[in-house]
Every structure is written in structure tokens, then in C-alpha cells.
Design a protein around this ligand. Structure first.
Ligand SMILES: [Fe+2]
Ligand SMILES: [Fe+2]
Length: 238
């Protein structure tokens, strides 16, 4: 008997709908220009690199998982992350700042993900998604520049859909796991989250300050979101 990996048709439709909406809205008005504090520019440059992964490793694993609807949804997910990189690139450009070719945090993250199978890769990816939720919300709500607030708001709207999408797949991949393996996976997942959020809070602390969020408030927010994710994925009753 094979595990029930779920029906991804609604998720695929959701990604298609979001793509159509993006096409209808068009781009923000880049000609307005943006005025961003240097710390925020440096921070957005790093997030821009992070969003710009090619997603080949993830789509290859999704293909091998044998559900073509899921694989199609993953391709649209990857396209949305690339769209985030494009939006951030244009925002930096509007603020007369360049994009950067790489940052060690992203290189480390991508290398780690490539070593893993689909489930573990999704678990690592989820760390970035949860961090992104808190980060883009902080920027949207705290930045004075209207163009930056609009870009952060658009990205946040997508990240809010990405988290339940990955939760749905992960929950199914754990449904036949024993209590012990769930508990072990949860503990490891929390350890990775603790490491990730510490690095991000240290690396982006000045930018977060700039948008009125302390490092501790950021860490608390990420942890609260992650708690919900872990409960959702590991809950045996669902
Ligand atoms: Fe993203
Ligand atoms: Fe995302």
C-alpha cells in the first residue's frame, strides 16, 4: 500500500490563479523610485539572492515523487520564488542599489537542500518560508517607503500560500510515521529553526531595527509561526 500523498489539484489551481492575478495587476510603478536605509538595502540584497534559486533540485525530486499534479504545482511555486527575486531586484534598482551575486547564508542553504530527499528538503525549505513570513510582514508594516511596502506586501501574500502548500505535502509524508520518528523529526526541525533564526536575526538585525522590530521580537514571531507549522505537520489525527 502506498501512502496517500494528497490531491494537489486545488493547490495547482491556486498557483495558476495567483499567476493570472499577477498578470492582471502588472508591476508596481517602479518609476516612483525608492528611498531605503543602507541596512535595509543590504538585507534586501541578501533576501533577493535567497529568492533567486533555480529550483532544479526541488522540481527533480517532485518529478521523482510520481505525482504530476504536485510536480506542476512545485514548478509554479519555484516560478513564484523567482518572481520574488525579480521584484526585489527591481526594488533595489529603484533605490539605485545593485543586486549581489551570492551570500554565504544562501550558498550554505542551497548546498544543504541538494543533499536531501524531497521530505527533508521541504522541511529545510519551510525554515526559509517561515522566516520570510515574519521578515516581509515586518518590512511591509514598518518601512516608510511606499514602493518597498508594496513589494513586501506582494511577496508576503505569496509566502502566506506557500507555507500551507508545503504543510499539506509534509503532513501526508509523516502520516504513517511512528510517534518516535515524528518526535525525532520535530526535535531536529526545531534545532535547525533555532540555528536559522539566530543567523537571520544577527545578519539582519539592523534592517529589522530600521522597520521597528527588535531581534527578540523577530525571533519570537518566527518561533510562534513555526510552532503552528510543526503542530500541523506532525499532528497524527489529521
Ligand atoms: Fe519567496
Ligand atoms: Fe515562499
Amino acid at each position: 500500500m502506498t501512502a496517500d500523498t494528497g490531491d494537489f489539484t486545488p493547490w495547482l489551481r491556486d498557483f495558476e490563479g495567483a499567476a493570472l492575478l499577477r498578470w492582471t495587476w502588472g508591476d508596481p510603478d517602479w518609476s516612483r523610485g525608492a528611498r531605503l536605509a543602507p541596512a535595509l538595502v543590504r538585507s534586501l540584497q541578501r533576501f533577493q539572492v535567497g529568492e533567486d534559486g533555480d529550483g532544479r533540485s526541488l522540481t527533480a525530486k517532485a518529478d521523482r515523487a510520481g505525482d504530476s499534479v504536485y510536480a506542476d504545482a512545485v514548478r509554479l511555486f519555484v516560478a513564484e520564488e523567482r518572481e520574488h527575486a525579480r521584484l526585489l531586484g527591481r526594488l533595489l534598482d529603484a533605490a539605485s542599489a545593485a543586486t549581489i551575486p551570492y551570500h554565504w547564508t544562501d550558498t550554505a542553504f542551497v548546498r544543504l537542500r541538494r543533499l536531501l530527499g524531497l521530505r527533508a528538503e521541504l522541511m529545510v525549505l519551510m525554515l526559509a518560508e517561515v522566516v520570510a513570513l515574519s521578515y516581509y510582514r515586518s518590512v511591509r508594516d514598518g518601512v516608510r517607503d511606499p514602493l518597498a511596502a508594496e513589494v513586501a506586501g506582494r511577496i508576503l501574500a505569496d509566502e502566506l500560500r506557500h507555507v500551507p502548500f508545503h504543510c499539506y505535502r509534509l503532513r501526508r509524508s509523516f502520516q504513517r510515521s511512528s510517534r518516535l520518528s515524528r518526535a525525532t523529526a520535530s526535535a531536529l526541525w526545531w534545532l535547525l529553526l533555532a540555528g536559522t533564526v539566530t543567523v537571520v536575526a544577527l545578519d539582519h538585525g539592523h534592517a529589522l531595527r530600521e522597520v521597528g522590530v527588535s531581534r527578540t521580537a523577530f525571533i519570537d514571531d518566527v518561533m510562534a509561526r513555526f510552532r503552528t507549522v510543526v503542530a500541523d505537520v506532525m499532528s497524527p489525527t489529521r
